[in-house]
Design a protein around this ligand. Structure first.
Ligand code: HPA
Length: 271
């Protein structure tokens, strides 16, 4: 793993004239337009990056983007890798290892999710304050490389409190409704049954999705600070479970994109 990280990092450094990003961003479903706000300096498609998996899901463009956003140097993953695509947890989280090796200190993740909290509405924006790992595995299983992080990383504050407070302030200043909650990460690719949504809500999760948790675990292992934000694209509320399609998820995510972009942009400016 160490050699792979080293090889890929050197390859990217060569292709980007030794670009040094401060902030890493993983763009989720339908949230790709943030790239329009970036002064792009380099773009590399995943196919051109050694050891990178290739994204297979419709609506996820696979490229790494390097540039400036609000005067901060950013490295953006346009299109993430999901466990349900058949990748290993190590493959899913490999880009986060590369972000760390490139110098990233802060990771911003976004995703689309289903909401179980009865006070949520379709289109709700939610800061992730914590998560529950319901994947059947963990990206840190296997030999631990102490060069990368500790064997038993602390997860008592996986999502940095300062960023949560800042984002709430930004939302308030801009009249954007922003909730806070717990994200349950599980494999998919099925959406949940009514009984599963009920189970997840009783477990203490406000929303559920198929990503984010693996990347956040590896970011924390690497000593990277994390900010996470979700768009609730459908509801799994007891007695009111709607049918859901990938197209609807993308449609709702696209509608809410400007607000989410504003919060992320402003947050990046202030950190
Ligand atoms: N469940 C899991 N993942 C999701 C959902 C959902 O309801 N909506 C968007 N991503």
């Amino acid at each position: 793993m160490l050699e792979q990280i080293d090889f890929t990092t050197k390859n990217i450094l060569n292709k980007t004239n030794h670009f040094k990003p401060q902030v890493g961003i993983i763009l989720g479903t339908g949230l790709g337009k943030l790239v329009n706000e970036i002064k792009i300096e380099h773009e590399i498609s995943y196919q051109e990056i050694p050891n990178f998996p290739i994204s297979t899901v419709q609506g996820h463009n696979g490229k790494l983007i390097f540039g400036e956003l609000n005067e901060k140097k950013v490295m953006v993953l346009q299109g993430r890798f999901h466990f349900y695509e058949g990748y290993t947890m190590q493959q899913v989280t490999f880009p986060v290892r590369i972000m760390k090796a490139m110098g990233v200190k802060t990771l911003c993740v976004s995703n689309a999710c289903g909401g179980m909290n009865p006070s949520f509405e379709v289109g709700e924006l939610m800061i992730i304050k914590d998560h529950i790992n319901l994947f059947p595995t963990n990206p840190l299983i296997g030999k631990n490389f102490s060069e990368l992080g500790p064997r038993f990383p602390d997860m008592s504050s996986a999502y940095k409190k300062e960023y949560i407070a800042l984002s709430k302030q930004i939302a308030k200043e801009n009249n954007i409704k922003l909730s806070e909650g717990v994200y349950a990460g599980l494999t998919g690719p099925c959406f949940e049954t009514p009984a599963e949504y009920k189970y997840l809500w009783r477990l203490g999760a406000d929303v559920v999705g198929m990503s984010t948790v693996p990347e956040v675990i590896v970011a924390k292992h690497s000593g990277i600070d994390v900010f996470g934000i979700s768009i609730v694209t459908d509801l799994g509320i007891e007695g009111n479970v709607q049918t859901v399609t990938h197209e609807e998820v993308q449609h709702i995510a696209n509608l809410q994109e400007p607000k989410m972009t504003l919060i992320l942009k402003e947050l990046i400016k202030r950190i």
